[in-house]
Write a protein that binds this ligand. Structure first.
Ligand SMILES: Nc1nc2c(c(=O)[nH]1)N[C@H]1C(S)=C(S)[C@@H](COP(=O)(O)OP(=O)(O)OC[C@H]3O[C@@H](n4cnc5c(=O)[nH]c(N)nc54)[C@H](O)[C@@H]3O)O[C@H]1N2
Ligand SMILES: Nc1nc2c(c(=O)[nH]1)N[C@H]1C(S)=C(S)[C@@H](COP(=O)(O)OP(=O)(O)OC[C@H]3O[C@@H](n4cnc5c(=O)[nH]c(N)nc54)[C@H](O)[C@@H]3O)O[C@H]1N2
Ligand code: SF4
Ligand SMILES: [Mo]
Length: 750
């Protein structure tokens, strides 16, 4: 007998609602939920393979504990005993910074990843925090922090209403969107065109997204900040800069104009490889469109001027009056956001409150660069202790971060490491304890992070589609127990963690005059919470305290967990709405257009006007049926065009004697890899492209299918030194590489 159950897809940022077909405890099918308030039936091949991803036989079913050097199956009790025994002596001997925490991407796709890492870090008091953000979007957080005073205030393009979208370094037809949660992103782009809007794509590759565009600009990698500086310059020069209603909320407009004076289209054209006329056209089109949004993603962030590019994305939106207005880019308001405080000055955003021990990298948003993890482990210094123990949650930095070989050795030298991960893979194989979460069908889901980045305000929650298999532990409980084991409270009931968070949150909220629960008794409020588990009670609390919440009775029609459960396809909360000045938390209470750290970084951008590397540079690419480092083990999602090949333009291939399908050697600052060439004019001359997340040939992993077609680790070409200095973000795109046919190298040796 089969039944169906709803489940929000956790496999990318689009957060589609799925209808799963379930036989017994097995997911045998997945289709788009047509009644989902947000995704309305959309599904992609990854979502359709939900059952196969869920039932992968290589997923770990029990914890593993290392004994006599070998990882062996163990009970949960043994595993957490080993975690406490492994971590606590390090903390007690060397202090909390000797325990590193690495948080990988899937943390934003699980409830456990949203609810417990903040408690873990606060409890441990470690400054050795490294996350996937510094190989991804940290530049955007830093630019938002500086412009708006809140690193999480990220404007989202109003895809469904805009007249003009300038899309930079993003390929949503493969990625399904990022920092812009939009189920059926491709359909929304087609709708933009159908209603007479225009799409411009800036990408060194002619991607599927670029093919949809009215205009494709094959920019030289790493030069978007220059390009956008010239667009902003043109807006000023041609008197097109008109922030309109935004003007009273802005500070520093004149200083901004002065700061951009040198970046004329003519000056940036040679570096960007885009002619000045085209750049002026970009500016004019942006200004002329009734509404427009500028949207930059991976290609604009993971580059040497990532923070400046991210800042200029918003500057162009602001100068054309498109920030915070329908059709432009707006700040979403999620159901679990805190009750908005009244508008007014805030504390602002500080960078570099501490620095990394070895290279002195400034912290950003409380994090150190993931690129610096290896040296923080393997390099002693006169002061401070190296990282001696590591907690890795949903993270595979051996493949995702620069120089995996060095990190591999560094991880091997740790006194203790614990991984919360469903797979024994390139990173978790170094752990002393592996704590496997259950598959997604057995986990509840709510998108805490992505709802704050969604193109429509809405809220959805799905309970586990299948009950926890015997012997499994919910990831929320794994994380609660991990918090306790790491902070010296091993053995305490894990519900204590949720009770503590609830007590602290309510205790603070009742003191806030703008809160609907101001002055009430926190214990009385806590007693009202519903939900079958600690995490559900926390969700209920956040919903009720949030901008649409019932305020624990203050707004009887408002949201509660019960109300959400009564709407299994979600609740639509309306289109994005103007919110300024409320989201601003800068010291001035305004949008600070030219913050000091940005001004201080502009001379470096000016110097880049003269840089024109003559060799080949490398960029990445994503494939619709792949996802970072962990989905190559699912047969249904591999093969076909989803392969780890080097895209190279026919001109470059001809010049270098590279044949289609033949192996080529790539050499970068961090090492060498060999991959088959795929000669294609989808990549511009002077640029080659290799996808990331491959390289599944290390021993000691349990990835039966992936290891059969391992591919190579593109990040081995990097040595981790190239960073965007303001954000600490790794430079993953526009990286200089040498390319040579393998046969030639061999003949040269003989
Ligand atoms: N060269 C290059 N490198 C890149 C990028 C690039 O574009 N180019 N992209 C970067 C970006 S944007 C990112 S976000 C990072 C991503 O890199 P990571 O942060 O390493 O994330 P993933 O590879 O998605 O998965 C990490 C781990 O999570 C585990 N996992 C999967 N599901 C779950 C779960 O439900 N719970 C738990 N606890 N674990 C789970 C997987 O088994 C895997 O070991 O890679 C970055 N690296
Ligand atoms: N199918 C699939 N979907 C995913 C993922 C996945 O691995 N696979 N990963 C998820 C994650 S973690 C993230 S962060 C998002 C990322 O989402 P996107 O940002 O849309 O990711 P990409 O598809 O890598 O697109 C980046 C584009 O930037 C281009 N590019 C490279 N360098 C430059 C440059 O210097 N300038 C410009 N203008 N363009 C450049 C590349 O050619 C590429 O087409 O995708 C998410 N969704
Ligand atoms: S687009 Fe993303 S969220 Fe939607 S089904 Fe595909 S993988 Fe899942
Ligand atoms: Mo990412």
């Amino acid at each position: 007998m089969s039944r169906t159950a709803l489940r929000i897809c956790p496999l990318c940022e689009a957060t589609c609602g799925l209808t799963l077909t379930i036989e017994g405890t097995e997911v045998t099918g997945a289709r788009g939920d047509r009644d989902d308030v947000f995704s309305k039936g959309f599904i992609c091949p990854k979502g359709a393979a939900f059952g196969a991803v869920d039932a992968d036989p290589d997923r770990l079913r029990t914890p593993l504990v290392r004994r006599d050097g070998v990882l062996r199956e163990a009970t949960w009790e043994e595993a957490f005993d080993a975690v406490a025994a492994g971590l606590r002596p390090v903390v007690e001997r060397d202090g909390p910074n000797a325990v590193g925490v690495v948080l990988g991407n899937p943390n934003v796709h699980t409830m456990a990843g949203a609810l417990y890492p903040p408690v873990l870090i606060a409890g441990l008091r470690t400054r050795s925090l490294f996350t996937a953000s510094t190989v991804d979007q940290m530049p955007k957080h830093v630019s938002s922090g500086l412009l708006y005073g809140d690193a999480n205030a990220i404007p989202v393009p109003d895809l469904d209403r805009t007249d003009h979208l300038l899309l930079i370094g993003a390929n949503p037809l493969e990625s399904n969107g990022s920092l812009c949660t939009a189920p059926d992103f491709p359909g929304r782009l087609k709708a933009l065109k159908a209603r007479g809007g225009t799409l411009t794509v800036v990408d060194p590759r002619r991607t599927r997204t670029a093919r949809l565009a009215d205009r494709h600009i094959a920019v030289r990698p790493g030069t978007d900040a220059l390009l956008l500086a010239a667009v902003a310059h043109t807006l000023f020069e041609e008197d097109l800069a008109d922030p309109g209603d935004l003007t009273p909320h802005l500070q520093g407009l004149d200083e901004l104009r002065d700061a951009l004076r040198d970046f004329t289209p003519e000056a940036v054209a040679p570096a960007c490889d885009v002619d000045a006329g085209t750049i002026r056209t970009l500016a004019r089109e942006l200004a002329a469109a009734p509404t427009a949004a500028v949207y930059g993603r991976i290609g604009s962030c993971t580059v040497p001027h990532g923070t400046l590019a991210s800042w200029l994305v918003d500057v162009c939106t602001i100068l054309t009056g498109n920030l915070d207005r329908p059709g432009g880019a707006l700040f979403p308001q999620a159901a679990t956001d805190r009750t908005p405080r009244p508008a007014g000055p805030g504390h602002g955003f500080a960078l570099g409150r501490w620095r990394s021990r070895v290279s002195g990298h400034p912290e950003a948003k409380g994090e150190l660069p993931l690129s610096a993890l290896a040296e923080e482990i393997d390099t002693p210094t006169d002061e401070g202790t190296p990282v001696r123990a590591l907690i890795a949650v949903a993270a595979n930095p051996v493949l995702s971060a620069p120089d995996g070989d060095r990190l591999d050795k560094a991880l091997d030298s740790l006194e203790f490491m614990v991984s919360v991960d469903p797979y024994l893979n390139e990173t978790s194989r170094h752990a002393h304890v592996v704590l496997p979460p259950p598959p997604p069908s057995q986990s509840p889901h709510h998108d805490f992070a992505f709802n704050t980045l969604a193109v429509r305000n809405q809220v959805r929650y799905t309970r586990p589609a299948v009950p926890l298999e015997p012997g499994r532990m919910a990831e929320t409980e794994i994380m609660a127990r991990l918090v306790l084991a790491a902070t010296g409270l091993h053995g305490t009931d894990p519900s204590a963690v949720d009770d503590m968070v609830i007590g602290q949150t309510l205790g603070k909220t009742v003191t806030e005059p703008h809160s609907p629960v101001h002055g009430r008794d926190p214990q009385e409020l806590a007693a009202q919470l519903t939900g079958v588990s600690g995490p559900e009670r926390r969700l209920d609390m956040m919903l009720r305290l949030g901008p649409y919440g019932d305020g624990f009775g203050a707004r009887p029609d408002g949201l509660t967990l019960d109300r959400l459960l009564a709407h299994p396809h979600g609740i639509d909360l309306g289109p994005l709405a103007s919110r300024l000045p409320q989201p601003l938390k800068t010291v001035s209470g305004k949008v600070e257009l030219l913050p000091e750290p940005i001004a201080g970084d502009l001379p470096r951008l000016r110097a880049a006007l003269r840089e024109r590397p003559d060799g080949l540079v490398l960029v990445g690419r994503r494939h619709l049926r792949s996802n970072n480092s962990w989905m190559h083990n699912v047969p249904a999602l591999t093969g076909g065009s989803n392969r780890c090949t080097l895209h190279i333009h026919p001109d470059d291939a001809g010049r270098l004697g590279v044949r289609d399908g033949a192996p080529v050697r790539l050499k970068g600052a961090g090492g060498e890899v060999t991959a088959p060439a795929e000669v294609t004019d989808a990549v511009r001359p002077g640029v080659v492209s290799l996808p990331h997340g491959w390289g599944h040939d290390r021993p000691g992993t349990r990835l039966g299918h992936a290891s059969g077609n391992p591919g190579v680790n593109v990040n081995q070409l990097l040595d981790g030194r190239a960073l965007d200095p303001l954000s600490g973000n790794a430079v993953l795109n526009g990286v200089p590489v040498e390319v040579s046919p393998v046969a030639e190298t061999i003949s040269a040796l003989t």
